[in-house]
Ligand binder design. Structure first.
Ligand code: ADP
Length: 292
């Protein structure tokens, strides 16, 4: 279990990127959902001990993460948002090199580790290919392989599906689901479907604060009866925005489908609809904006 208590971070320029974040994250996949600029990467880097928060406490099991970052690092696998370097080195050699850095010193152990991981992430057939020539999806799967070296108990993946095509994304999420059962996996993303598909628990972060936390299914049930929908012409949208709390708009067959948030029937021909996680997320953000 990972516990964060009142974790805040203020950057040197005065930006308060995290504001008293308190979360308890159990084993399994945990989705951290938030728009760009919410503070997700700051939080991921803080948990990964790459930066120290201005305030607050972080514990992972018995480890005080802020006082003993080196202990946490031994059980950490981290896939950063931007993995950065894609050298003209083969996937096999790079993984082997990274295993050395992670302390797998015996050549025999390393061979087993590297070969197992390349099979697990389905890159065995391209193990001799240079990373520089890998597709986005292959790079992310390589990123997971390096994060898994040394059997980490805590895995952090920061916005891993951005830029992947649907097939690559699917493959990547399936891979995450496989490893996610016995360890703590934190998946940070701005893509609602990533969380809906994978995570039994989640939190929404906006402006550095936790705005919502729970099980997606329960959160969806809690919004029952508060989401209303209507199909209209584009020209009617401005008037609708003036009268209602618009959560989302999308085009369907040339007309606009509008979802609004309302505690009771908003009239105007709106009909109640079953909400999904998208509506839960948008209504949480709308609430956060109103509170700001
Ligand atoms: P997210 O990952 O959710 O997009 P970030 O953690 O990257 O959010 O950013 C949160 C806020 O902190 C943003 O306002 C961002 O501009 C700011 N920020 C991030 N990194 C730095 C930094 N190194 N210096 C100053 N401000 C930063």
């Amino acid at each position: 279990m990972l516990h964060l208590t009142d974790v805040s971070h203020v950057y040197a320029n005065g930006t308060r990127a995290l504001d008293r974040v308190t979360l308890s994250i159990p084993r399994g996949m945990f989705g951290l959902l938030g728009p760009n600029g919410a503070g997700k990467s700051t939080l991921m880097r803080t948990i990964a001990t790459l930066q120290t928060p201005t305030e607050g406490a972080i514990r992972f099991g018995d480890v005080d993460v802020i006082a003993q970052p080196e202990l946490l690092r031994r059980s950490l696998g981290y896939l950063p948002q931007d993995f950065g370097v894609y050298p003209r080195v083969s996937a096999y050699d790079m993984l082997d090199h990274m295993a050395v850095l992670k302390g797998v010193t015996s050549a025999a152990d390393r061979r087993t580790t590297v070969e197992t991981l390349l099979h697990q992430v389905n890159l065995w057939s391209v193990r001799k290919k240079a990373l520089a020539g890998f597709s986005g999806g292959m790079r992310q799967r390589f990123g997971i392989a390096q994060a898994l070296i040394g059997n980490p108990a805590l895995i952090i993946v920061d916005e891993p599906t951005a830029g992947l095509d649907p097939e690559e994304r699917n493959r990547f999420l399936n891979l995450l689901a496989e490893i996610g059962e016995n360890v703590v996996v934190i998946l940070s993303t701005h893509i609602v479907e990533d969380v809906a598909d994978l995570c039994p628990r989640m939190a929404v972060l906006a402006d550095g604060r936790v705005r919502l936390e729970g099980a997606p299914l329960e959160l969806i049930q809690a919004t029952r009866g508060r989401i209303w929908s209507k199909v209209m012409d584009r020209g009617e949208l401005a008037a609708c925005r003036a009268r209602h709390e618009v959560l989302s708009t999308r085009l369907f067959a040339g007309r606009t489908v509008v979802h609004v948030l309302s505690e009771r029937d908003p009239g105007d021909g709106f009909a109640s609809v079953d909400a999904g996680l998208q509506e839960v997320y948008f209504s949480t953000l709308a609430h956060a904006r109103r509170a700001a």
